[in-house]
Design a binder for this molecule. Structure first.
Ligand code: GLY
Ligand code: MN
Ligand code: MN
Length: 489
């Protein structure tokens, strides 16, 4: 009896297993058009919010009393920032004292464009959708713009299109009207530094979709793939969410992980290597995330990779503590880089931490920048971001105060490029003698060779709040253990 029961159970179990296997093989995993939850982020914030745009124009106008502002579509993001208008021609005019303070000049609707590129917004759309108080066609610029400004002696102008300045200058000459132009960039850029709620919502959506892409490739990457295949998987997920890359995706395997902005993405990925993935989806409202994770391609860090990874991780965690009001822009950078320098000293890669060039050899960039409509968003930092040699290892240079509403990256990195010791003389010949440089190379080379070819960056997106910060990308695995656990299949 027992034997019959046993045979029956085995037969049923096997039968069921065979049935399920055949069923799963014969059916597609997903119905056409259906996508796994993993791919799709349900948008929680509208793609366009007229109230947010109105509010930001008002904030600008509050600073414009007695003056006016003209921003042409040639100003790119700044034009979009004030209008939300998504055509490549147009003009925003802000007149704080006018009963119609927001006026636009746009391309009229026309059948040729309607046929070739789709209907323009036209003056109708400028008023209805983009809430201009009044709108004119561009051809009327010559006649109307001067009239609008007859009551102003000071005009803020932001345009790369010289015709607008010429129109105003001609009119000035003809009528004897006297006014001076002021550049408007810094006025707008300063406001762009502090994000409003809708902008923060946009950034959160961009971060969420970028996170989906990271989560997906963590599961799918494999030795033998090319970097461009991983890039394709990433950008497929962006596209499925109606988003586009906010900047050229960086997918660097093996030695390419040591190239800060490796965008060729054409190398075959080998077993045992790291894959540095620095990507950002730009939301449908155009705000871009910027998130980097560095993965062991086969799911397991080597001891050397882990050592460097954990050091960069520690730098990130340490720097993050200084990303809150009360600290200044570069405080987090100095804190993070101190961790890196100390770790490199302990490994025997920096013999003397009091020697600037020995540190600079490893520290390539500061750890934070604003994100927003641009991945390296506009705005003042309180120091010159281009002059890296001046600020990245100078704790006295701290930059401006951190303020709630700033959104920026935290992105320490270490890049031990294979042949970098061969460039010492080119890099630091002006700062050290040949003997000093040779001695440095002699001392560090045996250790350097252990780590040569390893590049690690960890990059999160951080919103500064009243009493601290919110790490928008916090849901992504970050420690070496979390990464390995998430990659387990
Ligand atoms: N993706 C460029 C950067 O991290 O700044
Ligand atoms: Mn970045
Ligand atoms: Mn990045």
């Amino acid at each position: 009896m027992k034997k019959i029961l046993f045979t029956f159970i085995i037969t049923v179990t096997l039968g069921l297993a065979v049935f399920l296997t055949i069923k799963s093989l014969s059916e597609p995993c997903l119905a056409p058009g259906e996508l796994p939850d993993l791919y799709i982020h349900e948008a929680e914030v509208a793609d366009y919010d007229p109230a947010s745009f109105k509010e930001r124009r008002q904030r600008i106008m509050d600073q414009l009393v007695g003056t006016a502002l003209v921003v042409s579509a040639s100003a790119g993001e700044d034009f979009y920032y004030l209008s939300g208008f998504d055509e490549y021609q147009g003009l925003v005019v802000l007149l704080p004292e006018d009963p119609k303070p927001f006026q636009m000049f746009v391309t009229p609707r026309n059948p040729a464009d309607a046929m070739w590129v789709g209907e323009r917004h036209g003056t109708e759309g400028a008023m209805e959708k983009f809430k201009a108080d009044t709108a004119y066609v561009m051809e009327d610029l010559k006649d109307i713009l001067p009239q609008l400004f007859s009551r102003h002696d000071k005009i803020f102008l932001h345009s790369r299109d010289t015709r607008i300045r010429e129109t105003l200058e001609n009119w000035q000459r003809e009528t004897g009207q006297s006014f001076v132009f002021h550049e408007a960039d810094s006025l707008i850029h300063e406001q762009r530094v502090i994000k409003d709620d809708w902008e923060i919502g946009q950034l959160k959506q961009a971060v969420a979709v970028t996170g989906k892409a990271h989560s997906w490739i963590m599961k799918t990457m494999a030795p033998g793939q090319h970097e461009y295949e991983v890039q394709a998987d990433i950008e497929y997920i962006f596209g499925k969410n109606g988003m586009t890359p906010g900047f050229a995706s960086i997918v660097g395997s093996g030695p390419n992980a040591t190239i800060l902005h490796h965008i060729r993405n054409d190398r075959k990925i080998n077993d045992g290597e790291l894959l540095l993935v620095d990507i950002g989806a730009a939301s449908r409202g155009r705000y871009t995330a910027d998130i980097t994770r560095t993965y062991p391609v086969n799911g397991q860090f080597t001891p050397e990779q882990r050592t460097i990874y954990d050091l960069v991780y520690k730098a990130s965690e340490t720097g993050m503590k200084k990303m809150k009001p009360g600290f200044k822009m570069l405080d987090c950078n100095h804190a993070a880089n101190r961790v890196l320098v100390h770790g490199l000293y302990q490994l025997g890669l920096i013999p003397d931490t009091t020697v600037w060039w020995q540190k600079r050899f490893y520290i390539q960039h500061r750890v934070n920048h604003y994100i927003g409509l641009n991945v390296h968003d506009v705005g003042d930092y309180g120091f010159d971001p281009v002059q890296r040699d001046e600020h990245i290892l100078t704790p006295e240079i701290r930059g401006r105060e951190l303020k709630p509403g700033m959104v920026m990256t935290m992105e320490p990195g270490l890049y031990l490029q294979e042949n970098r010791l061969d460039y010492l003389h080119e890099l630091f010949g002006h700062l050290a003698t040949k003997e000093e440089l040779d001695e440095f190379a002699r001392q560090v080379r045996p250790v350097y060779e252990k780590y040569a070819g390893i590049g690690v960056r960890i990059e999160d997106n951080v919103l500064i709040t009243e009493d601290g910060n919110i790490i928008l990308s916090e849901h992504l695995p970050k420690t070496s253990e979390e990464i390995e656990a998430s990659m387990r299949r």
